[in-house]
Ligand binder design. Structure first.
Ligand code: C2E
Ligand code: MG
Ligand code: MG
Ligand code: MG
Length: 284
């Protein structure tokens, strides 16, 4: 009898696996057509200067509006894009869109003359042969000044392939752009190694920021240590995912310069961002 039950389980498992595989294949195909059918959009989340309360830059975040499934989370479809190699085309498209907007917004909103644009780069893009040439090409094509472009690479990605990646990072900085370690604190890389990466900015992962509470709990202590470490290495710090006044006040007391989060603004499409910039918000 146990055998029969076992067999039945297998059958069910098989069917579920089959369904998942099919679904996935379908999504892959859909993703291939997503750019040309304009289902992909770049949203932008403001990054705020803690000193002035003003917008100093944006992070570009990719969105996929699937005609049947609605919004699909980037954490899910970017993995598909990476496995299929589509990340190259999609990533270059995001970079071009973001650089275009950076240039346009600097021109349209002279009260924000030095807005920067931060774009996420997957490890698959970073290790792709012609990345540096492509980035240079896109900068020229869009007229975006390289010093206003930041590229974000996750700590996990860098830590896994440090030897391969460091020379590429060096080449990228020679273009005049800035590099940023994303999701810092989640990758278990040794803190001392950070010193050898040619980066200008460190983004403290949201999981640490959301752990900042009134009491001096463990997470708060770690977050504070990360900010201190970054500062003593001469790095700029961006806190991710700030949602409360409490988190903001604590980060500010640690001397953290920049932050993004729902406390100020969620990522939004460019027309909304343009309306926001036009209103010249100052959060104090
Ligand atoms: P990330 O680079 O760490 O981006 C920050 C994520 O935190 C974004 O999620 C953003 O919407 C979210 N976030 C910002 N502030 C808050 C807050 O106050 N509370 C909460 N709960 N969340 C907040 P999103 O847009 O879903 O993106 C998820 C991840 O997908 C990104 O994490 C990034 O790793 C990846 N991603 C997004 N766009 C791209 C892209 O164009 N290329 C690549 N390679 N990866 C991308
Ligand atoms: Mg990021
Ligand atoms: Mg991040
Ligand atoms: Mg994160």
């Amino acid at each position: 009898q146990a055998k029969a039950v076992g067999k039945a389980c297998y059958a069910v498992f098989d069917q579920t696996m089959h369904r998942h595989a099919l679904e996935r294949l379908q999504l892959e195909n859909d993703l291939r057509r997503a750019i040309e059918t304009q289902q992909l959009q770049v949203h932008y989340q403001p990054i705020i200067s803690m000193d002035t309360g003003k917008i100093t830059g944006f992070e570009a975040l990719l969105r996929w509006y699937h005609p049947q499934r609605g919004m699909i989370a980037p954490n899910y479809f970017i993995a598909i894009a990476e496995e299929t190699g589509l990340i190259q085309t999609i990533g270059q498209w995001v970079l071009r869109e973001a650089c275009q907007k950076a240039k346009l917004w600097q021109l349209t909103f002279p009260q924000f003359p030095s807005l920067f644009m931060s774009v996420n780069l997957s490890i698959h893009q970073l290790t792709y042969p012609n990345l540096v040439e492509k980035v240079a090409e896109i900068l020229t094509e869009t007229g975006c000044d390289p010093r206003y472009l930041k590229l974000e690479i996750t700590e996990t990605a860098i830590a896994q392939k440090a030897e391969t990646v460091i020379p590429i990072l060096e080449e990228l900085t020679q273009l005049g752009i800035q590099l940023c370690i994303d999701d810092f604190g989640t990758g278990y890389s040794s803190l001392s190694r950070l010193y050898y990466f040619p980066i200008s900015t460190l983004k403290v992962d949201r999981s640490f920021v959301s752990g900042i509470t009134q009491s001096t709990n463990g997470t708060t202590k770690i977050a504070s240590a990360i900010v201190n470490l970054a500062h003593s290495l001469g790095l700029e710090v961006i806190a991710e995912g700030v949602e409360t006044e409490q988190q903001l006040a604590t980060l500010r007391s640690w001397g953290c310069q920049l932050a993004q989060g729902y406390h100020w603004a969620k990522p939004a499409a460019s027309p909304q961002i343009e309306a926001l910039l036009a209103s010249c918000p100052c959060w104090q």
